[in-house]
Every structure is written in structure tokens, then in C-alpha cells.
Ligand binder design. Structure first.
Ligand SMILES: Cc1cc2nc3c(=O)[nH]c(=O)nc-3n(C[C@H](O)[C@H](O)[C@H](O)COP(=O)(O)OP(=O)(O)OC[C@H]3O[C@@H](n4cnc5c(N)ncnc54)[C@H](O)[C@@H]3O)c2cc1C
Length: 386
């Protein structure tokens, strides 16, 4: 008979949501974090189809965790937006840093490992179910019984489907490719192109400069809030950007208020829970979910209660949930029948442009730093706070 491993806390997924949860927990509840196990089916470094754009909010979240950006990155100082009519140019120093995910995700994983996290890569969760007070994970490395599981297993999350919410939900699609370029030419700019919206694309095309193995490239791509039915149009848009080969498509699960984000013994984070419907940005949200989940888990172990009944509501009421709801409304507006009006406003109003940019970058809208959350958790668990 094969043996069963018993753990208090298992994090499934080593992307930014999984490592973000572990890193926040290492701050909030170090003893708990040192007992946790993180599993990923991939061996790292692993590829993840992504533009790799880090908004300033992501850098703030990394700084709060004492993590310098130590992988190759292109600093973007200018945003260029095609909305029909003259191109909109906004100079904004450091409005984005473009990284490659195989380097970035491995960096985060190694920091978490260096701070004491137990990591097992090349281990796939094949099935999951609830039995009494425990969640049973059937993995390629054997059975694990956990008191708490963090589902950080991405858009197609098996854990979400098995344990929390079997419905498909709102799923977008993005297709991307890397195109070599001659040289970077400062000020480095990224481009968002919304000109296909009036012709029916529920999304946009992008071009981000990036480094791949020391050589400059464009990462180009197309995002659509519709998972299906845009294939031909997306292919044409990529052709126009010179992306003739090695295209990679990937779903992005989008946040919808009201969908459950937890069940007894399980919390969802990152793409498994749902990210930004307007632009499909998800790295900052993955880290932000990680912070919220860490607080939730630390409190649950403090009380020895693992139903996570309030997590969905707490995410919805947190700045993260409010922001994602707003972005969802924005997506329904911008890619629906009001699309032309949104583009006109973006063309004509500098104020609208600045508000849009700040909102996208997460400037001035967000939640308190991890230290404040840690203090709040300590107060709550010692009963010192009201
Ligand atoms: C083409 C494209 C472009 C994008 N561009 C940007 C961008 O420029 N900026 C931005 O912020 N966001 C972007 N996003 C979104 C961003 O990539 C995601 O929001 C982000 O990766 C979410 O992180 P995560 O940790 O939740 O999931 P993931 O990064 O997908 O990590 C999930 C992990 O779980 C593991 N896993 C899955 N299933 C199992 C299993 N059964 N057992 C064990 N392990 C498992 C996977 O191997 C993976 O490592 C883009 C997305 C796409 C598709």
C-alpha cells in the first residue's frame, strides 16, 4: 500500500499567485510558511505565454516583499495608444517593465525557496476531492492530504473545477509571439492598438519591447475577451506585426463578482480566481491575491477554522475586488456597443488618458502594504483589535 503524505498547507502552482501567497505568508506567519509545500507540474524555468509587462503596482508589491527585480527587463518610458485618429503618446517614466516569464517566475520561486519554502517541481495534481476535514490531492508523486490548499494553478485550474466552481466562467484569450528587432531605441515605448474595436474585436493588439537571451525583440500579441470566434482576425493582426511563427495562445480567466473563490479547505488566487477583464493584466493581481490569501490563511490557522466562508466577500470588498469589478465594467463598455464612444473619449481628453493610465498602473488606488496587513492580523488573532 502506498503511503500518504499529510500536510497543513499545500500551494498548487508556482506562478506569481502561488509564490506571491508563499512570500506574503513568510512575512505574516513564518512558522506556517516554513511548513508549507509548493507543487508545480512544470520544471523551472518554465515558459508561460505572456506579454511580461509589469505595471508600477507590481514593482511596489515586490518592494514590499523586499524583492529587487533581478532579471533582464526593459524599462518603458512612453505609452503609445492607437485609438483611431492621431496616435496618442504619453511620456511616463517607468510606466512598465517588460520581463520574460521563464526568468521572472523562477526568480520569485528561488526567493521563496531561499526564505525556507519547500518546493517540488515536476509534480502534477491529477485529481482533488474533499474527504471530511481534509483535501485529498492525487498527484504524480503520490497522495497528499492537506488541511488547506491554495489553488494557484492558473486559468484552467483543476482545483477550482473540482473543489470550488465547476462552471467555465468568463474566459478571455490572448495569443502572443516574439519577433526579433534590430535594436532598442529610447525612449522605450510600448504600444496598445484598439483600432480593431469598431470592426468587432473585443480587445486590442500590443507590442512590448523585451530582451530574449541578450537580444532585443518585440513581444507582440492580441487580447480578446471572447475566448472563441476571433481566430482569423487575431491571425491577421499578428501577421501585420510580423509574428509569422511560433505563436502561443493561452486562456485568461476573468474576474466576475459573485463567483465563489473558496470552499472549505481551499482558496483560489491569481488566474484560478480571475483577473483584469479590460486588458488581461494579471501579474500584479496574482501578487495581490497572494497577500489577501495569506491573511486569510494565517487567520484560519489562528482560529483553527478552515471553511473560508468570508474570503469571496473580502476579496470583493478589498481594493483588488473593487478594481477588478471596475475593469470588468470597463471591458463591457469598451468592447460592447459603447466602444466607439470610449475610443472617442480616449482620443479627445488628456484627462481621460491620464486617469486611464494611472488606473491601469494601479497608482493611488491600492491596498495597504503587507506590514499593515501583518499588524492587523496579529491584532485580530490576539484579540487586541475591535
Ligand atoms: C498571452 C498573454 C499575455 C499576457 N500578458 C500579460 C502582461 O503583459 N502583464 C500581465 O500582468 N499579465 C499578462 N497576462 C496575464 C498573466 O500571464 C497571468 O494573469 C498570470 O500568469 C497569472 O499568474 P498565476 O500564478 O495565477 O498563474 P500561472 O502563471 O498560469 O501559473 C500557474 C502554475 O500552475 C501550474 N499548474 C497548473 N496546473 C497544475 C496542476 N494540475 N498540477 C501542478 N501544477 C499545475 C502551472 O505549471 C503554472 O506554473 C498575459 C496572459 C496571456 C495569456
Amino acid at each position: 500500500m502506498s503511503s500518504v503524505e499529510r500536510r497543513d498547507l499545500v500551494i498548487v502552482g508556482g506562478g506569481p499567485a502561488g509564490t506571491g501567497t508563499a512570500l506574503a505568508l513568510q512575512r505574516l506567519a513564518p512558522e506556517l510558511a516554513s511548513e508549507a509545500l509548493l507543487l508545480d507540474r512544470a520544471d523551472f524555468p518554465r515558459e508561460k505565454p505572456c506579454g511580461g509587462g509589469l505595471i508600477p503596482r507590481t514593482l511596489d508589491l515586490l518592494e514590499a516583499l523586499d524583492i529587487p527585480l533581478s532579471v533582464p527587463a526593459v524599462q518603458i518610458d512612453q505609452a503609445e495608444v492607437e485609438a483611431g485618429g492621431p496616435r496618442i503618446e504619453m511620456f511616463s517614466k517607468g510606466c512598465c517593465w517588460v520581463i520574460r516569464r521563464w526568468e521572472f517566475d523562477e526568480m520569485l520561486l528561488e526567493v521563496a525557496r531561499g526564505r525556507g519554502l519547500e518546493v517540488r517541481t515536476g509534480v502534477r495534481v491529477r485529481d482533488a476531492r474533499r474527504e471530511g476535514e481534509r483535501t485529498i490531492l492525487e498527484t504524480s508523486g503520490g497522495r497528499i492530504e492537506a488541511r488547506v490548499v491554495v489553488a494557484a494553478d492558473g486559468s484552467g485550474s483543476l482545483l477550482r473545477r473540482r473543489l470550488v466552481d465547476p462552471s467555465e466562467g468568463w474566459v478571455a484569450r490572448a495569443v502572443t509571439a516574439d519577433v526579433p528587432m534590430e535594436a532598442l531605441s529610447p525612449p522605450d515605448a510600448y504600444e496598445f492598438d484598439f483600432r480593431e474595436v469598431p470592426r468587432g474585436l473585443a480587445g486590442y493588439a500590443w507590442s512590448f519591447p523585451c530582451w530574449i537571451e541578450g537580444r532585443p525583440h518585440w513581444n507582440v500579441g492580441v487580447y480578446s475577451v471572447r475566448r472563441r470566434g476571433e481566430g482569423v482576425r487575431i491571425a491577421e493582426l499578428l501577421d501585420r506585426r510580423g509574428a509569422t511563427a511560433a505563436r502561443r495562445a493561452h486562456p485568461i480567466r476573468l474576474y466576475e463578482a459573485g463567483r465563489p473563490l473558496a470552499a472549505p479547505g481551499v482558496v483560489l488566487v491569481g488566474d484560478a480566481a480571475g483577473v483584469d477583464p479590460l486588458l488581461g493584466e494579471g501579474i500584479s493581481h496574482a501578487l495581490e491575491y497572494g497577500r489577501l490569501a495569506a491573511v486569510e490563511i494565517a487567520e484560519a490557522f489562528g482560529r483553527e477554522e478552515f471553511d473560508f466562508a468570508g474570503y469571496t466577500q473580502r476579496v470583493a470588498r478589498a481594493p483588488l475586488g473593487k478594481m477588478l469589478r471596475l475593469l470588468g465594467l470597463g471591458a463591457r463598455f469598451a468592447y460592447g456597443s459603447k466602444g466607439k464612444w470610449c475610443l472617442r473619449l480616449a482620443r479627445l481628453s488628456r484627462t481621460a488618458q491620464r486617469i486611464g493610465m494611472n488606473h491601469y498602473n494601479g497608482v493611488g488606488l491600492w491596498s495597504p502594504p503587507v506590514e499593515t496587513l501583518a499588524a492587523r492580523t496579529m491584532e485580530r488573532s490576539t484579540g487586541a483589535a475591535a
